[in-house]
Write a protein that binds this ligand. Structure first.
Ligand SMILES: Cc1cc2nc3c(=O)[nH]c(=O)nc-3n(C[C@H](O)[C@H](O)[C@H](O)COP(=O)(O)OP(=O)(O)OC[C@H]3O[C@@H](n4cnc5c(N)ncnc54)[C@H](O)[C@@H]3O)c2cc1C
Length: 440
């Protein structure tokens, strides 16, 4: 405690009082995630440039205080801003939001950690760049992945099940479901009609170098999917213009909102390098009351949405995907949750599954049920050989023993850069709870 007080004085001198936060209400907010957590955060530091980051770290090192860096803190479903260890001072890097260097020719950009997906997309637009950002389903306010060249590389292919599709389009239909969750087969069939029926929906983008190549590629895709997909649909700028023109008439005649479908599937689709808020809405699936601010400013931590991700990596074979999906569906059904599944085909060898356990934190007992479901799922998938591609802060020690020297090698590497072990203790480290406490 004495160490912390002395460190706080030092941090206040270099960052100013406004950027060293110790107000209990603000600390409680920062310790809130989309699932129950019990981490204590003694302070939040908000450096404004590299020198301040460096000076803040020097003070932390001098006083042996653990630090947990975050960029935007929107890691919803994996722990939000909450550190993986107790008593870590949060190093909030969002004020470092400059785009420092950019090369169109070599297709790179140098950014500070607080630069968001939307900020970089706007920057590329202003430069009339041919590069596009490989955006994820994360919100426009989250930090970044990689840059790609338009017209050369392809976006990934994704498959979503019907429950994922419903959850990003609407809230849980409590009335249709008679107040009971999860959704049954008949309810899924009824709701699925609005999406053209079917249990799985695939989506990909062909970023072809010319129209002729694009048309030839469409034929290949169509041929490959013949007999496997019930319906294959291609959308491009020309078709989108037609749909837009016909949408008002169609809505009057059939009630079907083609414009909304176009927005979601084409106009504002992450596959086109456009960051969107729509996938974040799935966190609100089970909320029965709509927080008034949620339409403009989604914040699942504040709105007490329950969301826990489980993200097993699967070998890219039909047999493995079918087996893993069966494990996921059985486990979620056993705990009474909808098996909300996405499959990202990120390379020729690996499929990254992402399972969203979605619930309402305001329902008594749901936090514990969701937590138990996640742990059981992680265990069953790991036993089947499907290890997670990333972990939430609550499950950093949940992996099975490696059975080789890799943990020792990783520990040695970490010590090279972080001799005192003050940087994000417990993050991707298999440590007992007693050892992941910071020394604040
Ligand atoms: C609805 C939804 C859909 C998503 N879909 C996808 C998807 O399709 N594909 C995909 O890959 N991801 C997906 N994600 C995950 C998403 O990529 C992350 O949630 C997002 O990148 C978080 O960005 P952030 O800047 O808020 O991260 P933060 O919360 O700031 O950081 C995440 C973690 O990284 C570490 N960290 C952050 N910055 C630093 C730093 N400067 N130095 C050291 N450590 C640091 C911290 O431990 C932190 O807890 C999705 C998330 C949501 C909520």
């Amino acid at each position: 405690m004495e160490n912390l007080n002395t460190a706080l004085q030092g941090w206040r001198q270099i960052l100013g009082d406004d950027n060293v936060i110790t107000h209990p209400e603000r600390l409680d907010e920062a310790a809130r995630a989309t699932f129950a957590t019990r981490r204590r955060i003694p302070a939040i530091l908000r450096p404004g440039d590299r020198q301040q980051v460096s000076d803040s770290m020097r003070i932390a090192s001098l006083h042996g205080i653990s630090i947990y860096p975050i960029s935007k803190g929107h890691n919803w479903g994996c722990g939000s801003r909450v550190p993986s260890g107790d008593d870590c001072v949060l190093l909030d890097l969002r004020r470092l939001n400059q785009i420092i260097d950019f090369s169109e020719e070599l297709a790179y950009v140098t950014v500070e950690p607080g630069v968001t997906q939307q900020q970089l997309v706007d920057f590329l637009g202003a430069k009339q760049s041919r590069l596009m950002l490989s955006v994820t389903g994360a919100p426009p306010t989250a930090s970044l992945r990689e840059l790609r060249q338009r017209g050369v590389l392809r976006g990934g292919f994704t498959l979503f099940n019907d429950l994922r599709m419903f959850s990003i389009r609407q809230r849980f239909p409590w009335r249709l479901a008679d107040g009971r969750a999860p959704l049954g087969d008949e309810q899924r069939r009824v709701m699925g009609k609005g999406l053209g029926g079917g249990r799985w929906f695939g989506e990909g983008a062909l970023h072809s170098p010319s129209r002729a190549v694009g048309l030839a590629e469409r034929k290949l895709v169509k041929r490959a999917l013949a007999g496997k997909a019930r319906k294959t649909l291609f959308m491009d700028a020309g078709k989108a213009r037609w749909v837009k023109r016909l949408a008002p008439l169609l809505k009057r005649l059939s009630g079907h909102d083609m414009q909304a479908m176009l927005d979601l599937d084409y106009e504002r689709n992450p596959q086109r390098g456009i960051p969107v808020t729509q996938p974040t809405k799935m966190a609100y699936w089970k909320k029965q009351t709509r927080p008034s601010s949620a339409t403009v400013d989604l914040d699942p931590d504040r709105d007490r949405c329950g969301l826990i991700w489980c993200t097993p990596a699967l070998p890219f074979t039909g047999e493995d995907v079918v087996r893993a999906v069966a494990i996921i569906e059985n486990c979620l059904a056993a705990f009474g949750f909808d098996a909300n599944i996405g499959l990202n085909f990120t390379s020729e060898r690996i499929v990254e599954a992402n399972v969203a356990i979605v619930y309402d934190r305001d329902h008594k007992g749901e936090d514990a049920r969701a937590h138990n479901c996640h742990d059981m799922l992680l265990e069953r998938l790991s036993l089947a050989g499907y290890l997670p591609s990333r972990l939430g802060i609550q499950s950093m020690s949940a992996l099975p023993e490696a059975g080789d020297d890799s943990p020792g090698v990783l520990d040695d590497l970490k010590k090279l850069f972080d001799a005192e072990g003050i940087l994000a203790p417990g993050r991707y480290q298999r440590l007992p709870e007693s050892e992941i406490h910071g020394r604040g």
